[in-house]
Every structure is written in structure tokens, then in C-alpha cells.
Ligand binder design. Structure first.
Ligand code: ZN
Length: 126
């Protein structure tokens, strides 16, 4: 018979978490779900992300308030998911006839077409 459940904190049950590090994920979920008074499946769906490949998915690179970019994927006309960009070197092919590069010796910018920018400027002035 062991003196304690944990050879780190020596408490029964372990209060430091060391004893649970070697537990399989489903056993940890059952314990956490019991403590939080929810079902293990509900807890699992809340804390663990659903993972699927993004390769070949079409969406829009959007610039939000404050200049932060995100990737928007539409599920239908009104429903979409905005993904925070964490990928460090994502390969992109531009499929937008309104996208134009503007380059000088000191800067390079990707923006809307000159016509779109002119129309927006004229609209803003009225
Ligand atoms: Zn412990």
C-alpha cells in the first residue's frame, strides 16, 4: 500500500497534477468533466480543436479593424468562419481580378485596381 497517490506532493488524491500527467487523455477528460459537472464529450468538444486539412480550401484574406489580417471561409452566403493567421509562410495564389501590385524603387503594395480605388475616393468625397 502506498503512503500517497503522488510522489511529488505526497497528497491523496494528488493536488499538484503530477500524478495525472501519465494518464491517457480520455481518463483526464473524465476527471476534469466530473470536476466541472459536464459530460466528457461536451468538455472534449469545448477544449480540443476539430482538425482538418486546409489544403485546397478557397477563402478571402481579409483586413480587419486595426490592420490585422484573417482568413475568411464562407460555408454559404451568410455563414462563415474567420481564421486567425498563425501559419508563417502560407502559399497563396491570387484569384481576384480587382487585385493589383503597385511597385516603386522603395515600396511594394498589393491593393485594389486603380479604378476601384478611384471610385472609392470619389464616393468618399461625396
Ligand atoms: Zn501531486
Amino acid at each position: 500500500m502506498a503512503l500517497s497517490d503522488c510522489n511529488h506532493c505526497w497528497e491523496t488524491p494528488c493536488s499538484c497534477g503530477y500524478e495525472y500527467k501519465s494518464w491517457p487523455l480520455d481518463k483526464k477528460l473524465k476527471l476534469a468533466a466530473a470536476i466541472l459537472d459536464v459530460t466528457p464529450d461536451k468538455l472534449k468538444n469545448t477544449i480540443l480543436p476539430a482538425v482538418k486539412s486546409a489544403d485546397g480550401v478557397s477563402g478571402s484574406l481579409c483586413r480587419g479593424i486595426g490592420g490585422t489580417y484573417f482568413f475568411r471561409v464562407y460555408h454559404d452566403h451568410e455563414k462563415f468562419t474567420d481564421y486567425e493567421l498563425l501559419h508563417s509562410d502560407l502559399n497563396i495564389t491570387i484569384e481576384d481580378s480587382d487585385a493589383f501590385f503597385y511597385s516603386t524603387n522603395v515600396s511594394a503594395v498589393l491593393d485594389h485596381s486603380p479604378e476601384t480605388l478611384l471610385n472609392n475616393t470619389q464616393r468618399d468625397m461625396t
